[in-house]
Design a protein around this ligand. Structure first.
Ligand code: FES
Length: 80
């Protein structure tokens, strides 16, 4: 059986305990809860959870990029 790497760009497929922000180690559940508590913009998510405030994304995030696209996808998914 071939090992399939987790696709961290596909937020819907991630578990609640999977990290969205790897720099600050913030999981999906924490971000979804913040969105449900009206932190419905990237700026508010940053303020409430500190997610997306790191600077080592290229090295620690499996997507090799900042987590902001995944946070924006979660905002759309929860508020959509
Ligand atoms: S992965 Fe979120 S700030 Fe780097």
């Amino acid at each position: 059986m071939q090992f399939l790497a987790k696709d961290y760009t596909n937020v819907e497929s991630l578990a609640d305990t999977d990290y969205i922000c790897f720099c600050i180690e913030v999981d999906k559940r924490t971000i979804v809860k913040a969105i449900e508590s009206d932190a419905d913009t990237l700026k508010k998510i940053r303020a409430v959870t500190s997610a997306c405030t790191g600077s080592d994304c290229k090295n620690v995030n499996p997507t090799k990029k900042c987590c902001s696209p995944q946070i924006n996808k979660l905002i759309k998914q929860v508020k959509g």
